[in-house]
Design a protein around this ligand. Structure first.
Ligand code: SF4
Length: 209
């Protein structure tokens, strides 16, 4: 590590699907041996507080996803352990997260949007306090929106129940369409929902059908 070429800010990377492969583990091990601090920083990400450009490129080459500035974008969807690892799982949250990331990760929105999916109603990934939450039940997913874990937080409101994966994607397309069309700039989803109310959002989603 050359302290003269270190970037000023810490850098975070997503671990795709939260599963580290051999190459990634070896790189992290090599970096650690060379004096880099590696921090597990939540939502399937690792953060390197002191990093240089060459190491950034090595991280990307190893398959870590660059975490861009996300103030007005959809974040990488977070999941719990889910199928096939958790016996409680009623739906395959990992599979759904791949589809959601493919369709929505990084799209522009009025403010940042955090998405969390759990394979069962235990909600280990805390979907009820995310902008978009999905909880797996035996009959499908329940979709909630407007949860927030901050100082003025609260749980999300139910948008729809018993959704299969394709129906989740369709509902999210409409939900983002309404959010982008009617929210103010920088208005987080929970504030938007409290301002316009759930009925308005559902009505606009229906008319988008
Ligand atoms: S939310 Fe349910 S499926 Fe997911 S890890 Fe927790 S218990 Fe398992």
């Amino acid at each position: 590590m050359n302290p003269e070429i270190l970037n000023k800010f810490p850098k975070s990377f997503y671990v795709p699907d939260g599963i580290l492969n051999q190459l990634q583990l070896k790189l992290l091990s090599d970096l650690s041996c060379n004096g880099y601090e590696i921090i597990l920083s939540g939502n399937s990400s690792v953060t390197i507080p002191k990093i240089d450009d060459i190491t950034k490129e090595k991280m990307k080459e190893a398959g870590f996803l660059d975490l861009p500035h996300m103030e007005n974008k959809v974040f990488y969807a977070q999941t719990c352990l889910s199928k096939p690892y958790c016996p409680m799982s009623r739906q395959d949250a990992r599979n759904l997260s791949k589809k959601i990331n493919k369709n929505f990760y990084g799209i522009n929105t009025p403010a940042k949007v955090k998405v969390s999916i759990s394979g069962c109603p235990n909600g280990c990934s805390e979907p009820l306090v995310r902008d978009i939450g999905l909880m797996g039940y035996p009959t499908g997913y329940t979709l909630t929106a407007g949860g927030f874990a901050g100082r003025n937080g609260g749980i999300g409101e139910t948008i729809a129940v018993d959704l299969n994966e394709e129906q989740v994607i369709e509902k999210l397309k409409k939900l983002f369409f309404v959010y982008k069309g009617y929210a103010n700039e920088k208005e987080r989803f929970y504030k938007f929902l409290r301002r316009v109310d759930l009925g308005f959002i559902k009505e606009k989603m229906e008319s988008a059908e």
